[in-house]
Design a protein around this ligand. Structure first.
Ligand code: SF4
Length: 175
């Protein structure tokens, strides 16, 4: 395991559920994942600089992240009331992001990048369509870049689903 992955574990091991380091070439991208954003189930399509279609062209993002050597993938799992508990999922996503925030500075020191879960939450309300307030801190999700998380989980032996009344969030650290 690479030094960065070990350092990440030192910081957040107690907060994460499963993890795996792999070659970035194992990441599978799919235009279909980006297309699914157009259904706008989360309400953020075309509302944030870091969500489709404003985050960038699928082909450009795929090329960018395919150039990294390694990726450290981790999940967090959270209890929710049931599969309709949207508020519970929202709160769980915030908890996942707080865990992820703990490693962002470290990852930058390695010239890496974190792709996480959900819409960029740096500002209470995104400045879009006006210029991004904090381009150096803005966050992008794995799905916004077209990463097929279901396929990735299967490839790495990480559970995409972790039981009834739970929600699982993924992050991928490229370096
Ligand atoms: S940093 Fe703020 S303005 Fe920039 S993408 Fe994130 S929420 Fe939007």
């Amino acid at each position: 395991m690479e030094k960065l992955s070990k350092e990440i574990l030192n910081i957040i091991k107690d907060e994460i559920w499963q993890y795996c380091e792999t070659d970035a070439s194992n990441i599978q991208f799919s235009q279909e994942v980006v297309n699914a954003c157009k259904a706008n189930l989360c309400g953020n399509y075309n509302k944030s600089w870091r969500c489709p279609p404003n985050v960038g062209e699928f082909s450009v993002l795929k090329a960018k992240y395919s150039e990294y050597g390694k990726v450290f993938v981790f999940t967090t799992v959270h209890n929710i009331e049931d599969s309709f508990d949207i508020e519970g999922m929202f709160e769980a996503c915030k908890r996942h992001n707080r865990t992820e925030d703990k490693i962002r500075k470290l990852v930058k020191e390695y010239n890496g990048e974190v792709l996480g879960a959900g819409v960029c939450d740096v500002c209470e309300k995104c400045a879009f369509p006006y210029p991004c307030r904090f381009p150096e801190r803005a966050k992008t999700s794995v799905e916004a870049c077209g990463i097929d998380v279901v396929a990735l989980a299967s490839t790495l032996g990480i559970n995409y689903v972790n039981g009834e009344n739970t929600v699982t969030y993924f992050s991928a650290v490229f370096f």
